[in-house]
Design a binder for this molecule. Structure first.
Ligand SMILES: Cc1cc2nc3c(=O)[nH]c(=O)nc-3n(C[C@H](O)[C@H](O)[C@H](O)COP(=O)(O)OP(=O)(O)OC[C@H]3O[C@@H](n4cnc5c(N)ncnc54)[C@H](O)[C@@H]3O)c2cc1C
Length: 403
């Protein structure tokens, strides 16, 4: 990571954004032998990545494309230090979906069960009386018909991962510049020729924009429309009472109860993280209130206590807010559009972190003209194309809000 006055005059590829997606892309590009310069206007992981709950799940209902990306990514995360030279946090925490038969949530839970089973990913189903026994801290568990557990789910840390990918990229020759903002993409005769930054201009053949909720601003400089709406989400870090932690050393499975637009997971250091997942509060990513609203704090604490009475007296040891870059269908944008040499990697809609390694490889492959194949599994990149919004503003349709 270097100071801005060391800007190179030219490079093959400029990557804009030092979140998980930009750093992962820079890593895979430099591993492929490309000359890469990454610009981050603030510090690494300053955007959604640093606020991410970093849950690594594989269950995506019947959207097998995400299960395939998540599986490949999670395997990469497990060997992250060997790949990049940098260690990351990684804690196992099965993700459980409580559900009732004959409901959309029940159908979603079972669709994912089938997809995971087909791929030999560890998955369990618990029925009726087994629920109370398996999840004794959840008072209402027995009221559900069944639960599906994504047994190999885990969580990590966004900042660790962005720092690690940046280190892996610089070790392979990339240069990473923090505190440098890209102001526009320069073109000539329909081709990218460089980027103008607040510290000077760099000539390049290709530019990958992975600027999270700020991507539409840069897209406008080359006449590309990227439909991203930034939305604010609110997070609390709880300190469970000592007797609760003694009784339930795993604290809680990662879960989001039916109908709840919130989720909970254990946190490093014996804490519990509870957060909204609502996609309903459009916000300005430069000027949002970083403190959760009083009424939301109360709602989260009371709802959690209703389901997990042992956490009723948990103290609040921290809180913050973060921004999702939401597309109309909650699917990603990984595509080439606009002037030749312009690539877009954005719109991760509150569920991108777990796919970071695969997205980095997919994006780097798109720049280098490689097939989107992951250990023999072909990924249909058109699912993430920008032109899916041409015919209908809903794109792939059916956004789901499950975690
Ligand atoms: C509260 C919260 C919880 C989440 N939980 C999960 C989860 O549990 N599991 C999961 O899979 N996903 C989760 N996500 C989603 C995931 O974190 C995001 O999808 C992912 O971090 C997006 O990464 P990114 O690199 O695209 O964007 P960002 O991390 O936002 O990075 C974009 C970067 O670009 C920089 N930038 C912007 N404009 C410029 C410019 N002009 N020049 C230079 N730099 C620029 C910004 O400073 C920023 O650092 C969560 C997100 C949030 C906010």
């Amino acid at each position: 990571m270097t100071a801005s006055d060391d800007l190179p005059a030219e490079t093959d590829v400029v990557v804009v954004g030092g979140g998980v997606m930009g750093t992962a892309t820079a890593f895979f590009l430099s591993r492929a032998g490309e000359d890469v310069v990454l610009f981050e206007r603030d510090r690494l992981a300053a955007g959604s990545t640093g606020d991410s709950s970093a849950i690594l799940r594989h269950h995506y209902g019947d959207e097998a494309i995400y299960t395939d990306l998540a599986r490949w990514s999670h395997e990469f995360y497990r060997r992250f230090e060997a790949e990049t030279g940098a260690p990351i946090a990684h804690a196992e925490s099965p993700l459980v979906r409580f559900a009732d038969e004959g409901t959309p949530g029940g159908a979603y839970a079972m669709a994912g069960y089938e997809v995971l089973s087909d791929r030999d990913l560890p998955v369990s189903r618990y029925d009726g009386a087994q629920l109370r026994e398996r999840y004794p801290m959840y008072d209402g568990a027995a009221a559900y018909d069944f639960a599906v557990s994504d047994d190999a789910a885990a969580y990590s840390d966004g900042s660790d991962v962005a720092q690690g990918f940046a280190r892996g990229a610089t070790d392979r020759g990339a240069s990473v510049h923090t505190g440098v903002a890209v102001e526009s993409i320069e073109t000539d005769a329909g081709r990218v020729t460089g980027v103008r930054t607040d510290a000077g201009t760099v000539a390049c053949e290709s530019v990958v924009v992975a600027a999270g909720p700020w991507t539409p601003e840069l897209a406008e400089t080359v006449g590309v429309d990227v439909p991203i709406e930034p939305v604010r989400e609110q997070i609390l870090l709880l300190d469970p009472p000592a007797d609760y932690a003694e009784r339930y050393p795993d604290l809680t499975p990662t879960t989001s109860l039916p109908g709840g637009q919130w989720y909970v997971r254990p946190d490093v250091g014996g804490g519990v993280l509870v957060a909204t997942h609502r996609h309903d509060e459009p916000t300005d990513p430069d000027e949002y209130d970083d403190s959760p609203d009083e009424e939301t704090v109360l709602e989260l604490v009371e709802t959690l206590a209703e389901h997990v009475p042992g956490l009723a007296d948990a103290g609040i040891k921290g809180s913050y807010c973060g921004v999702y870059s939401t597309t109309p269908d909650h699917d990603f944008v990984i595509d080439a559009a606009g002037p030749a040499g312009c690539f877009w990697c954005c719109g991760f809609s509150g569920h991108g972190f777990k796919h970071g390694p695969a997205v980095g490889k997919l994006t780097a492959g798109m720049v280098c003209g490689e097939d989107p194949t992951f250990d023999g599994v072909e990924i249909d990149r058109s699912y993430f194309s920008l032109d899916r919004f041409d015919d209908t503003p809903d794109g792939n349709g059916r956004p789901d809000d499950y975690i």
